[in-house]
Ligand binder design. Structure first.
Ligand code: ZN
Length: 416
């Protein structure tokens, strides 16, 4: 039994942020038992870990991140998607045929992910099996709840980063079989996006998904270029989502990266299969150049989540994604007039409980949730007294990794 004292905050729903000032959170076996303003007698015999006026919050989830692109953070941010991919991203990804390089990067990536307070993630690797094994094994050893995908691409890709269709399918099955019984880091089918995948490949991946009960992550209507290119490659398909539906590749969980320019048909199909749309607020203004209609999608009960999208996005901290997402929704509603701005409560909910639900009971402190938690510096200063919600909001706007003073994964402190 562990008891932590401090200012405790978590989301219950998109309109409900629960805040407990100077309270106790009781954790047993890595799971939240309850939160008390006054500690009941039966718990008073246990040692209390006193975080004083700090804030204790659930850890974040990142639903769209490319681990191999980690070395390219903050580079080529003045390019747009097509050139950024061809000049910078694809050449870097080809280096992961070297497992030594892969291990070096992936170790640092995971350490940095935790440093930024992210404890659950859906991650793209590359086409290379050996390097992808290294990534998923590192995550499994650390007990990080995650999905990891060996990327598939068999057309319209550079010669140094393209697969033969049958090889791609065979290697994906080998990868899934090897890791399907993992406890924490699970395989997910990862066609890069429709323009780089043949229909035969998508169809066979759909069969693998059914056979091994494996979800799918990919990029959906990421940019105007990607949307039009996908339609050109798949004549007869009126939307990006329709391509995946025709290929029978919408297995659970279905994680649609970006979802910036969806048609009503895309939205309808995503909703029908209970898929998740991932906003990547950093990436969206770096190389993608489009803004998701977050308010509109929220109001239409689409599952929304956040991703860092390293390295189209430059920053791993999902807390920064929260503030960027709010900012972007204001710009969208003001200049394009086809959305409403979202609230801090909604954004924090998306980043924690909503994104977390894909991994199980994580992302909240309701009873039975895993105690994956961050202790954040009190963000007040001497000029003004802040409420817990305001401190939290300030952390999402001004916070840095140094403001995360402790990290817990299923009740065990992680030392970085
Ligand atoms: Zn991406």
């Amino acid at each position: 039994m562990e008891i932590y004292y401090g200012n405790i905050a978590y989301s219950k729903s998109k309109t409900e942020l629960v805040c407990h000032k100077n309270s106790y959170i009781v954790v047993d076996n890595g799971k939240v038992i309850s939160i008390f303003d006054k500690l009941p007698v039966e718990y008073q015999k246990y040692q209390i870990i006193d975080y004083k006026d700090s804030i204790i919050i659930p850890a974040f989830s990142d639903l769209h991140v490319h681990a191999p692109q980690y070395p390219n953070r903050g580079i080529a941010m003045d390019e747009l998607l097509y050139d950024w991919l061809n000049k910078y991203t694809f050449p870097l990804e080809s280096k992961y045929k070297d497992p030594i390089f892969a291990k070096e990067v992936y170790e640092k990536f995971i350490e940095d992910l935790l440093r930024h307070g992210t404890m659950h993630a859906s991650i793209y690797a590359t086409i290379h099996n050996e390097a992808t094994d290294i990534l998923i094994n590192l995550l499994e050893e650390k007990g990080i709840r995650s999905f990891v995908g060996k990327v598939n691409m068999d057309k319209d890709s550079p010669d140094y980063l393209i697969e033969d269709t049958l090889e791609s399918i065979k290697n994906t099955e080998i990868f899934i079989k090897k890791h399907q019984n993992n406890l924490y880091a699970k395989p997910i089918i990862t066609p890069r996006f429709a323009p780089t995948c043949s229909f035969e490949l998508l169809k066979k991946l759909g069969e693998l998904g059914k056979k091994y009960n494996c979800g799918t992550q990919t990029h959906i209507v990421e940019s105007l270029w990607e949307r039009e290119e996908a339609k050109k490659c798949y004549p007869g398909c009126t939307s990006d989502m329709r391509i995946y539906e025709r290929a029978d590749l919408i297995n659970k969980p279905f994680i649609a990266g970006h979802f910036i320019f969806p048609s009503e048909e895309d939205i309808e199909i995503l909703k029908k299969y209970d898929g998740y749309a991932v906003q990547c607020p950093n990436a969206t203004v770096n190389v993608i150049a489009g803004i998701m209609r977050t308010g509109y999608l929220l109001d239409n009960d689409i599952n929304l989540s956040y991703g860092s999208d390293i390295s189209a996005g430059e920053y791993l901290g999902i807390y920064r994604g929260i503030s960027d997402s709010i900012r972007l929704s204001k710009i969208k509603s003001f200049y394009e007039n086809d959305d409403r701005s979202i609230t801090f409560k909604e954004a924090f909910y998306i980043a924690t409980k909503k994104s977390g639900e894909i991994f199980g009971n994580v992302g909240s402190f309701e009873e039975g949730y895993e105690f994956d938690a961050l202790v954040i510096n009190n963000m007040s200063d001497s000029f003004i007294d802040l409420s817990i919600e305001e401190m939290l909001e300030r952390f999402c706007y001004l916070g840095e990794t140094k403001d995360i003073t402790h990290r817990y994964l299923r009740g065990k402190e992680i030392i970085i």
